[in-house]
Design a protein around this ligand. Structure first.
Ligand code: ADP
Ligand code: MG
Length: 457
């Protein structure tokens, strides 16, 4: 007999929290409460079906283990939805505010939302930024900057592909600093706007006030710095502004869609300034984080969307968080329009154009592209050799077949003449790990993939 279920659950949560990332813990475990216990089964109250499915499929074992460690009396857990009224009370109040800015490459915000002086959009907060392994370093460094302005990571340079959360992160830094230190002068600007500002100051003969303006900030945030590529005059002007701010220990933060090394037409002295600070890349989001992002947005929308649909969207859209959120907004817009929920096949039809045509890529095209990329003959990839220059491409082939085509391990093993498929599992895990540690391999794989998908289009 357990007397205090609440305490038991609290204690279990401490254990679970230790073994779960912060974002995931917040996403899946907040608002869970123990309801009652019967015949060794703990009935755990959760806020909605989505959390129910997720906890019961992905977290059941860790939960059970945490509880079991505390009391052997509990043999199983059942998940029940506790407060459906909460959700049902706010059915159609959704305004799909995000659809518009999401479509634009470079976010330009409506005057109304902006803190004019800092040029920050208050919708971008750390609170709404979901963290996974692909962005946790960028997240941690950004947060550190808000606590140590101009001193720890200066400049902070965050780079990564389109729609991966760079603007969100940069603006969150600005918003948090402003919120905690209203006296600090923060300025967020895209490099394109900066360039325009510069040009118009020349045209209007007010170059001096342009120079003065940018030298007075305590925190200067420049988004999408790759736009400076080949614009030497602007780079020169910016170089002096950078130095002036830097020497005075003012914080400078950049984002870019590529690393400084890969920005073409970037002056060496500027490149070395960028590289002299903290450079962090954001890579593509993993499945679990994509799901967490969607779940968060669904909850905020007040709509109830079937778990299978969310999972489908998270598995179909892998490259870009903006597209991921955009797809969800499309679904919500359709719910509104039709005033009913939609089936999975209807959703698949609607999202067809958002989703990369992975189906036309097959084993042969993967092998062909990889052989071509490494300059080896296709048939050598299948030979049983331990030569290093063959082993790596072969493992990468196995990895891509699994990751992108969802091919089963035994089927891949078969194709490569392996009697048992543990070699394939090993290859998959190894490459997956290497991608995180070894940026050269990661880049090779990115390149292979982009060739693969380009050929298909
Ligand atoms: P980038 O500047 O890298 O192109 P954005 O910051 O504009 O990307 O992000 C695109 C969209 O995805 C925005 O609506 C943003 O709020 C959302 N987004 C990106 N990353 C995350 C995240 N980790 N958690 C929640 N939302 C995110
Ligand atoms: Mg951006």
């Amino acid at each position: 007999m357990i007397t205090n279920l609440e305490q038991l659950w609290k204690d279990a949560l401490v254990d679970i929290e230790l073994n779960t990332s912060k974002a995931n813990f917040a996403t899946w475990f907040q608002n869970t409460i123990p309801s009652h216990e019967k015949n060794g089964i703990l009935f755990l109250g959760v806020p909605n079906t989505f959390v129910k499915e997720w906890l019961s499929t992905k977290y059941h074992q860790p939960i059970l283990k945490a509880i079991h460690n505390l009391t052997p009396v509990i043999k199983n857990i059942e998940y029940i939805i506790c407060s459906p009224t909460q959700i049902n009370n706010k059915p159609q109040q959704v305004v799909i505010q995000e659809t518009q800015p999401e479509k634009e490459e470079q976010l330009e915000f409506k005057e109304l939302y902006i803190d004019k002086e800092a040029n920050l959009n208050p919708k971008y907060k750390f609170d709404s930024f979901i963290v996974g392994s692909f962005n946790e370093v960028a997240y941690a460094a950004s947060l550190a900057v808000t606590k140590n302005i101009g001193t720890v990571y200066n400049p902070l340079f965050i780079y990564g592909g389109v729609g991966l959360g760079k603007t969100h992160l940069l603006q969150s830094v600005g918003n948090k600093i402003k919120q905690e230190n209203p006296q600090i002068k923060v300025r967020y600007i895209t490099s394109e706007k900066f360039a325009n500002d510069y040009v118009s100051s020349i045209q209007s003969g007010s170059i001096q006030s342009f120079k003065d303006k940018y030298r007075q900030y305590n925190v200067l945030i420049i988004d999408d710095i790759q736009f400076f590529s080949n614009k030497l005059k602007i780079q020169e002007e910016f170089f002096h502004i950078f130095n002036s701010l830097y020497e005075n220990n003012q914080q400078i933060i950049f984002s870019s869609d590529k690393s400084p090394k890969h920005i073409i037409g970037l002056e060496e002295r500027l490149r070395s300034r960028f590289e002299g600070g903290m450079m962090i890349d954001i890579t593509k989001p993993d499945f679990e984080t994509r799901l967490a992002i969607l779940k968060d947005k669904v909850e905020k929308s007040g709509y109830i969307i079937d778990y299978k649909i969310i999972e489908y969207v998270a598995s179909a859209i892998q490259e870009n968080i903006r597209e991921l959120v955009g797809a969800l907004n499309t679904i919500i817009a359709q719910y509104k329009l039709r005033n009913r929920t939609l089936s999975l096949s209807e959703i698949q039809e609607i999202l067809k154009k958002n989703i990369k045509p992975t189906k036309n890529i097959n084993i042969n095209s993967v092998i062909e592209v990889i052989a071509d990329f490494y300059g080896i003959e296709k048939k050598i990839l299948f030979e049983k050799t331990r030569r290093k220059e063959i082993v790596k491409p072969r493992q990468i082939a196995m990895y891509i077949l699994r990751e992108d085509l969802n091919t089963s391990y035994p089927c891949i093993g078969n194709k490569f003449g392996q009697k048992d498929h543990t070699t394939v599992i090993y290859a998959y895990k190894k490459i997956k790990e290497l991608r995180e540690k070894d940026s050269k391999i990661n880049q090779e794989i990115e390149q292979i993939k982009s060739t693969l998908y380009e050929q298909d289009a």
